[in-house]
Design a protein around this ligand. Structure first.
Ligand SMILES: Cc1cc2nc3c(=O)[nH]c(=O)nc-3n(C[C@H](O)[C@H](O)[C@H](O)COP(=O)(O)OP(=O)(O)OC[C@H]3O[C@@H](n4cnc5c(N)ncnc54)[C@H](O)[C@@H]3O)c2cc1C
Length: 419
C-alpha cells in the first residue's frame, strides 16, 4: 500500500552536488526544502564506489559555496587554479601556439579551486544535514514523477508518495523529470571515454592546469594540494573507447609511465597514481528547464563533455538561479508560472552558449578536416597574441551571461570575484 507523506512546498529529487547545492541555496533564502536522495544518512545501501574525480569550481561557484556555508570545509583540501595552459598536441600540419590564461590578467589570484568530488559531496551533505530548514529523506530511488495542476507527486521504491508544489529535479542524466514535465531532451554521444584519477609528480604544478589538446580528446591535469609524497594533480584524460580500455587494463606503474610520456615531462616523474575510473562521454540539453511545476538542475537538464570544466559550474548557477526565482516569487506559489518563467529566462542563454561552445571545441579536436584545424589554430593564435581576447575568453569561461544570481555575489574582491 502506498504511504502518503505530508505535502511539501519545495522538494529536491537527487542528492548529488547540484541537488544539495540547490537545497542549500533555497534554504539560504529562508525557505524550507525536502531532499529525496540516494546514499543519504539512514539509507539501506550507500554509494557503490567513491568518486575518483576532482572538480574545477570556477569564479562565482566558489562564492556560492561560501555563501551556503560549504566552502569552509573545502578550502583546506582544494588547490587554487592560478593559470590554465592550453597546448596544441594534435601533431597535425597546423600546430597552434601555446596559450597561457592567467588569473592575474583579470586581477584575480585564481580562476577558482580544484576540489575532490568525494570531499565536495561530503561537505554539501554535512551542511544540508545541519541546516534547520532542510529535511533529508533517504530513498533507494524515486521511481515515478507525475505533474499535476497544483502539485507534483513523487513515488519512491519504498512505496512512499510525496506531493510538492515545486520539484527541483537534480537526479542526474537519467532523470525521470523531463518526461514528467513534457520537456524534450536532445542527447548525443561522442566516441570518447574520460579516465579520471589523481597522481603525484616530482615537478611543482605552480597552480597551473594544463590542457593538452590531442586528436582523441583533451588530456587535462588540474592542481591539487601537495600530498605526503609531494605535488599532486587531478587527471581527466579523454581517449577513444578502445584506448581507454587498454589504459585501464594497465597496472598503476605502467599507466603512470604512459601518462608521463604523454605529458612530455611537464610535471616531471610521476608516482602514486590513485584509483582510476572511466566515464563514457556524451551530451544532453533540455529544450526548456522549467515546466509543469518542475525545474531541472545539473545533469538532469544538461550534460556536457569535461573540456572547459563547465558541467557542475552550470549546475551551481542553476542552484543559485532557482533560489532567486523562488525567493522573488510574486504570486506566492513556488511552482507557479512566475517561478517557472523567471528560472527559464535566467538560465536560457547561459545553457545555449555553453552547449554550442563546448561541443564545438570538443568536436574540433576530433576532425582532421583542414579548414576546421585552420580555424582552431587561428583562434589559438589570436588568443596567444591578444590580451584583450584572452581577458574576454576568461571572463566568459568564469561567469554566465546576464545578471549574477544573488548568492554568487560578494562584496570583497577575492578569488570568486570576476569583474
Ligand atoms: C571526467 C569528468 C570530469 C569533470 N570535471 C568537471 C570539472 O572540472 N568542473 C565541472 O564543473 N564539472 C565537471 N564535470 C561534470 C560534473 O562532474 C557533473 O556536472 C556533476 O557531477 C553533475 O552533478 P549532478 O548533481 O547534476 O548529477 P549527479 O552527480 O549524477 O547526481 C545525481 C544524484 O541523483 C541521484 N539520483 C539519480 N536517480 C535518482 C532517483 N531515481 N531517485 C533519487 N535520486 C536519484 C544520484 O544518486 C545522485 O546522487 C566532470 C565530469 C566528468 C565525467
Amino acid at each position: 500500500m502506498t504511504k502518503t507523506a505530508l505535502a511539501h512546498d519545495i522538494c529536491v529529487c537527487g542528492a548529488g552536488p547540484a541537488g544539495l547545492a540547490a537545497a542549500l541555496a533555497v534554504a539560504a533564502k529562508g525557505l524550507a526544502v525536502t531532499v529525496l536522495g540516494q546514499a543519504l544518512p539512514g539509507a539501506a545501501t550507500t554509494a557503490a564506489e567513491p568518486d575518483t574525480r576532482t572538480t574545477a569550481i570556477l569564479g562565482d561557484g566558489v562564492t556560492l559555496l561560501e555563501n551556503i556555508s560549504v566552502w569552509g570545509a573545502l578550502a583546506g583540501v582544494s588547490a587554487p587554479i592560478a593559470a590554465i595552459r592550453v597546448i596544441d598536441d594534435r601533431g597535425g600540419l597546423l600546430t597552434a601556439p601555446e596559450v597561457l590564461f592567467q588569473a592575474g590578467e583579470l586581477d584575480l589570484p585564481a580562476f577558482g579551486y580544484n576540489v575532490p568530488n568525494s570531499a565536495l559531496r561530503a561537505a554539501l551533505l554535512a551542511a544540508a544535514e545541519r541546516h534547520p530548514r532542510i529535511t533529508l529523506v533517504a530513498t533507494e530511488g524515486v521511481v515515478q514523477i507525475v505533474a499535476g495542476a497544483d502539485n507534483v507527486t513523487l513515488k519512491t521504491t519504498e512505496n512512499t508518495s510525496f506531493a510538492t508544489r515545486l520539484l527541483i529535479a537534480a537526479d542526474g542524466r537519467s532523470s525521470l523529470a523531463p518526461r514528467a514535465a513534457g520537456i524534450a531532451m536532445r542527447t548525443w554521444t561522442y566516441d570518447q571515454f574520460a579516465i579520471a584519477a589523481s597522481f603525484g609528480h616530482s615537478a611543482a604544478h605552480d597552480g597551473i592546469s594544463t590542457e593538452l589538446h590531442r586528436r582523441p580528446g583533451p588530456l587535462t591535469t588540474v592542481p591539487l594540494p601537495d600530498g605526503a609524497d609531494g605535488a599532486r594533480s587531478g587527471l581527466v584524460w579523454v581517449e577513444t573507447p578502445d584506448e581507454a580500455r587498454r589504459l585501464m587494463a594497465l597496472d598503476d606503474e605502467a599507466f603512470g609511465g604512459v601518462l608521463q610520456r604523454r605529458l612530455k615531462g611537464l610535471l616531471g616523474d610521476l608516482r602514486g597514481v590513485g584509483r582510476r575510473a572511466t566515464f563514457p562521454l556524451g551530451g544532453a540539453m533540455a529544450t526548456s528547464v522549467a515546466s509543469h511545476r518542475i525545474v531541472l538542475a545539473g545533469e538532469a537538464g544538461h550534460v556536457l563533455p569535461p573540456i572547459g570544466a563547465q558541467g557542475l559550474n552550470l549546475g551551481l548557477r542553476d542552484a543559485a538561479a532557482i533560489a532567486d526565482a523562488v525567493a522573488g516569487c510574486a504570486d506566492g506559489d513556488p511552482g507557479g508560472p512566475d517561478v517557472m518563467g523567471t528560472y527559464a529566462r535566467a538560465r536560457a542563454s547561459d545553457l545555449v552558449s555553453r552547449e554550442i561552445g563546448i561541443d564545438l571545441l570538443n568536436r574540433s579536436l576530433l576532425v582532421d578536416f583542414l579548414p576546421v584545424q585552420a580555424m582552431r589554430g587561428l583562434g589559438l593564435h589570436a588568443l596567444a597574441n591578444s590580451r584583450t581576447l584572452r581577458r574576454a575568453a576568461m571572463r566568459a569561461g568564469l561567469r554566465g551571461p546576464g545578471e549574477v544570481p544573488t548568492l554568487m555575489r560578494r562584496l570583497a574582491k577575492t578569488a570568486g570575484d570576476v569583474r
